[in-house]
Design a protein around this ligand. Structure first.
Ligand SMILES: Nc1nc2c(ncn2[C@@H]2O[C@H](COP(=O)(O)OP(=O)(O)OP(=O)(O)O)[C@@H](O)[C@H]2O)c(=O)[nH]1
Ligand SMILES: [Mg+2]
Length: 304
């Protein structure tokens, strides 16, 4: 099962500078996961669970909050964008609604990467891992420049980054929703141009997990046929055109995440580690070598 995808080589050995620290190019650099996806899809819950899971393995991982609208955290917050800019202040001072104010905050963050972000990332060294809990506004990952600038900046500083795109497994309940979810994920993949792992969250809520199987490596033509059956025939050509775009890129597959199952979490983390080569050249305890030997035993991940 091919559940992780890589758009390009992650290692940037051209300029290998952290914000305030120079590294020798042959050293491994710090790693980061950018956790993105639609509102309520489970990004913060993923950050909390991954943090807990890593703590239980003795693996250090820091979580940075980049969501100015977040109000509480279940994980220890290492750095918080709300210290840079407050959503409430922006709404009041700029007379903006919550979405407009969030965009304002992200643009402010974009303007302050070289000082605020650089300061927060100071001191991270080879084999450190940071995960960024991000807002749920999808325009940030499809066309807005803030996260694109951030990832370019961080990869330029020498960070190895993976985009973790979280989609609620409830999207599989309806072909149109699922295709929309795939297109959103694909759009983030192309916009951010990072190694990319798609996750279907909230799998613990599915009564019958076997229903997931066709969606992990989806057959887009089959999905288009499903749409044809339910939609006006005038959309048939469009449905198949969309399916063939998704097929041509062949970029979309999903790893299922059941947070009540440690093995499932281990599997997802393994996908993320593989996408950025975490632990390949360092003597660190990673999801690769804990519990499973060289790699997780995926035979246990049955969807029944
Ligand atoms: N059962 C179950 N509930 C989940 C899971 N992930 C998230 N939730 C619930 O879904 C709701 C939203 O989860 P969050 O983690 O806050 O989602 P988010 O993507 O961070 O949301 P925003 O930051 O608002 O975009 C919460 O009530 C969570 O408890 C999961 O894997 N299983
Ligand atoms: Mg959140």
């Amino acid at each position: 099962m091919n559940v992780f995808l890589s758009l390009r080589s992650t290692t940037n050995h051209g300029t290998v500078l952290s914000p305030r620290r120079a590294f020798a190019p042959t050293f491994s650099m710090p790693y980061a996961q950018l956790v993105v996806g639609p509102a309520g899809s489970g990004k913060s819950t993923y950050c909390h669970n991954v943090h807990q899971h890593c703590a239980s393995l003795g693996r250090t991982l820091s979580v940075i909050n980049l969501d100015p609208a977040a109000d509480e955290f279940r994980y220890p917050v290492t750095a918080d964008v709300r210290e840079l800019i407050s959503l409430e202040d922006v709404m009041e001072e700029e007379e903006l609604g919550p979405n407009g104010a969030l965009m304002f905050c992200m643009e402010y963050l974009e303007d302050n990467m070289d000082d605020w972000l650089a300061e927060q990332l100071e001191g991270y060294m080879e084999d450190d891992m940071v995960i960024f809990d991000c807002p749920g506004q999808l325009e940030l990952y499809s066309h807005h420049s803030a996260f694109k600038s951030m990832t370019e900046k961080m990869t330029g500083w020498g960070w190895k980054m993976v985009c973790v795109y979280i989609l609620d497994a409830q999207f599989i309940s309806d072909g149109t929703k699922f295709i929309a979810g795939c297109l959103q994920a694909q759009s983030a993949m192309l916009h951010l141009a990072l190694p990319h792992v798609n996750i279907l969250s909230k799998v613990d809520m599915l009564q019958d997990k076997s229903v997931l199987e066709p969606y992990l490596c989806p057959d887009h033509q089959r999905l288009a046929n499903e749409l044809d059956e339910r939609m006006d025939p005038k959309y048939r050509k469009l449905n198949h055109a969309i399916a063939s775009v998704m097929e041509d890129f062949a970029l979309i597959s999903f790893a299922p995440l059941d947070i009540s199952d440690e093995e499932s979490l281990q599997f997802v983390l393994y996908q993320c580690d593989c996408a950025i080569g975490y632990g390949e050249d360092a003597d660190v305890r990673t999801s690769r070598d804990v519990e499973y030997g060289d790699e997780p035993d995926m035979s246990n991940l049955s969807l029944e």
